[in-house]
Write a protein that binds this ligand. Structure first.
Ligand SMILES: NC(=O)c1ccc[n+]([C@@H]2O[C@H](COP(=O)([O-])OP(=O)(O)OC[C@H]3O[C@@H](n4cnc5c(N)ncnc54)[C@H](OP(=O)(O)O)[C@@H]3O)[C@@H](O)[C@H]2O)c1
Length: 414
């Protein structure tokens, strides 16, 4: 396929071309992202009832398609056995190109961003509990194919949000998955309030840059954990009271299978870390924002204050967590699991972006040719904030139709 022409589409809104270029993972290629992703020509799907085909102008890169490429901890083909291709991509900005039967809120030509939660409207959980509780719930572009690393993507109409007009396509494509996840974790699950103290792991990463901004906006004090002084400067710019460089605490990280003696040493390092946290925040945190998992979870449970909350949505370093449960029950702490966000939360959170109260944090915008490279960089933890990929947009800065501050550019990392 001629990737130089990726931004060109032969049809007008309302009509779909027969095929499109897409970055595709296939089961037999699962492995390092740079090898697992390949560009293929794929038939453009028709929208079903209550579905919409969006022409992708820019896509956002997330850790979930690092997992998809690796085939770890499970192969994504288990989630969508009906397709033998996986078109990943759980963030997009773009233009509504064709709507399916029953869609009335959106029409061809509308400019949108996409949230990544799907569920069947027939599940009762969707109508009174939460779509995240529905048996049909899936993350678009991870547990489904037809994600945003392609010229067109297929989504449910409820996934669409108005594109913030002051943002360029790449800025608008960059924030959804991680920002909406952080919003639910802090605002709805952990009930973040002014005056709270919050410890944020990976504060310069995709989730962390939004968790930090949400704390600042709410009037909470937060401390970011990062792995370099550059990243520390970024999180302070975003509103953190301070940062801790985790390179100074490598002995605190849990690897699993530590001997009693090693565990004693590790625990000593945890106490040293807890003291440093108190020095920055003034006291132990009310909330710990977790997604690192095995390496940090015992520290999170220890360091959070009595009756405090550890809210967790991921496990980059390993998903088998162990910790000393005495610190949980004796001090009546809570562990809260959280996963993405529902459409209501996404809409509320998106309004804060429209008002520039929360801003995207872009590390790099890359051309469509570099989707695999972008995931490799993320896998190697060489990025900060978010990475966007241009698809229909020919260069950065296109798509803005109103004045506004746009994204914060993160000048750190590789
Ligand atoms: N359930 C959900 O809805 C959901 C949503 C979003 C993300 N997630 C998951 O959450 C995780 C993080 O996502 P993200 O987008 O924030 O990724 P990211 O952009 O890679 O940021 C994660 C940050 O965590 C830190 N980190 C990585 N490995 C670490 C380790 N071993 N020990 C301590 N810190 C470590 C890194 O910061 P430093 O090197 O600076 O410390 C990195 O910047 C991923 O596993 C992702 O799949 C889940």
């Amino acid at each position: 396929m001629d990737l130089q022409r990726i931004s060109e589409v032969d049809t007008e809104p309302g009509e779909l071309p027969r095929t499109m270029a897409a970055w595709v993972i296939r089961q037999e290629r699962e492995g390092e992202p740079k090898d697992a992703f390949q560009v293929e020509e794929i038939e453009v799907p028709e929208p079903g009832a209550f579905e919409v085909i969006v022409r992708v102008m820019a896509a956002g890169v997330n850790f979930n398609n690092v997992w998809a490429a690796l085939g770890q901890p499970v192969s994504v083909f288990r989630y969508h056995p009906q397709e033998d291709h996986h078109i990943g991509g759980s963030d997009a900005s773009g233009v509504v190109w064709k709507v399916g039967e029953g869609v009335t809120r959106w029409k061809p030509g509308d400019e949108v961003v996409v949230h990544c939660n799907q569920a069947s409207y027939e599940d009762p959980e969707v109508h009174g509990l939460d779509p995240l509780a529905a048996p049909s719930q899936k993350i678009w572009g991870y547990e489904t194919s037809w994600g945003s690393f392609a010229q067109f993507t297929k989504v449910q109409a409820q996934q669409l949000l108005p594109k913030p007009r002051h943002l360029a396509w790449e800025e608008a494509a960059s924030y959804g998955l991680t920002y909406f996840t952080a919003y639910r974790m802090l605002i709805d699950q952990a009930k973040l309030q002014a005056g709270h103290r919050v410890l944020i792991w990976g504060a310069a990463g995709g989730l962390g840059v939004f968790a930090t901004q949400l704390c600042r906006l709410t009037g909470a004090d937060c401390l970011g954990v990062v792995s370099s002084a550059d990243k520390g400067a970024l999180v302070e710019q975003l509103g953190a009271r301070g940062f801790i460089d985790r390179s100074d605490y490598t002995g605190m990280m849990r690897h699993g299978g530590e001997s009693a003696e090693q565990e004693k040493v590790r625990f000593g390092e945890t106490r040293r870390f807890a003291k440093a946290v108190k020095e920055v925040l003034g006291d132990s945190p009310d909330i710990v924002f977790e997604h690192v998992g095995q390496a940090t979870f015992p520290t999170s449970v220890f360091v959070v204050r009595p009756f405090g909350k550890v809210v967790i949505c991921g496990a980059t370093s390993g998903y088998n967590l162990d910790f000393d449960v005495r610190y949980l029950w004796m001090r009546q702490k809570q562990i809260i699991g959280s996963h993405f966000a529902n459409a209501w939360e996404c809409n509320k959170a998106n309004q804060l972006i429209e008002q520039s109260k929360i801003r995207p944090v872009l590390w790099r915008t890359m051309p469509f040719e570099q989707v695999a490279d972008a995931h490799q960089l993320m896998h190697e933890n060489r990025h900060a904030g978010k990475i966007a990929v241009l698809v229909g947009a020919t260069q950065e800065g296109q798509g803005r139709t109103a004045e506004g501050p746009g994204a914060i550019h993160a000048e750190v990392g590789a």
